[in-house]
Design a binder for this molecule. Sequence first.
Ligand SMILES: Cc1ncc(COP(=O)(O)O)c(C=O)c1O
Length: 339
Amino acid sequence: MLRLSLNENPLGPSPLAVEAMQRALSASHLYPDHEANPLRERLAGFYRIQPQDILVTDGSTAGLEIIARTVLGPGRNAVTSAGSFIEYPIITKSVGAQLIEVPLKNDGFDLDAVAQAINPDTRLIFFANPNNPTGTLTPVEETERFLRKVPESVIVILDEAYFEFAEYFAARRGVPYTRALEWIREYPNLLVLRTFSKVHGLAGLRVGYCLGPHPLLERVAEMKRMFCVSQPAQAAALAALEDDAHIQRTLQNNAEQAQWLTEQLTGLGVRVPPTWTNFLYCDLQREAGPVAKRLAAEGIQVLQPGAWGLPHAVRVTIGTAEQNQAFLAAFRKAWQAPG
Ligand SMILES: Cc1ncc(COP(=O)(O)O)c(C=O)c1O
């Protein structure tokens, strides 16, 4: 199977990260650094913030979970958009809270509707930017307007899992992407999530982090399991940050291939909103399940986000040129088959 369903890095892990991990293995009898201090310090230097404004977790999904456990519970609710990351409903349910979903607008978050849906029991907002699975970007001014409106008693999770891809596209398209580092100084209720799973190619190791104001992070950190990020994973993440060549190769391949694949799919009559991520949202404008099944029969796995409320779409990870050609050949057959 060619797996184009999980938005992994098609170029693999950073080679520097693999070497660092191998070196770290000989200390496997020791517990890892619970706070991941060298990694926090490196990230702090990278972003020019304080290490205390960073919390390292076992993937950004774990960050989502511990924030939800900190502020949600029975009788409380979170607000998000329909057609967004599947973990938001799963995590909200797991802590016994209710999730309020507002409809998508132009394939993306409708932040005015999210703000309007806040009620006295709301404690959390899940906001993915760019959004998964639609790949859309919410402009900086809209996010700013939204953050000003949200009451301080409601925590906003700004989920920037695709940060590096969005930043790369934004630079090329001449628009600003995010002011997250300034916003965490201005808004005491804002937490920003980023991950090593995407551009760094370390999805299997489970390392992510949360940027935010120290007092809030301190509360959230109380929910973190002891030693949840292994030492090889911490070493790999540190090395991956130094591997600019791998990062640039990944971003360049993604941008080139996004353009090519979007053109090809659009040419076939598929509606593909411009992506800001490492995947394409393909609106087939008809039931997408049969197409996804036919693709699977050809050995190609894509995500059919029916469970996310989007029965007419498939989401495909942008691969290497070779992988994308294989996908396109199979897609053409699956798309043109009757039914
Ligand atoms: C919007 C969004 N947030 C978070 C994640 C989770 O990433 P991680 O591997 O860091 O848990 C993903 C992964 O696909 C994602 O799409």
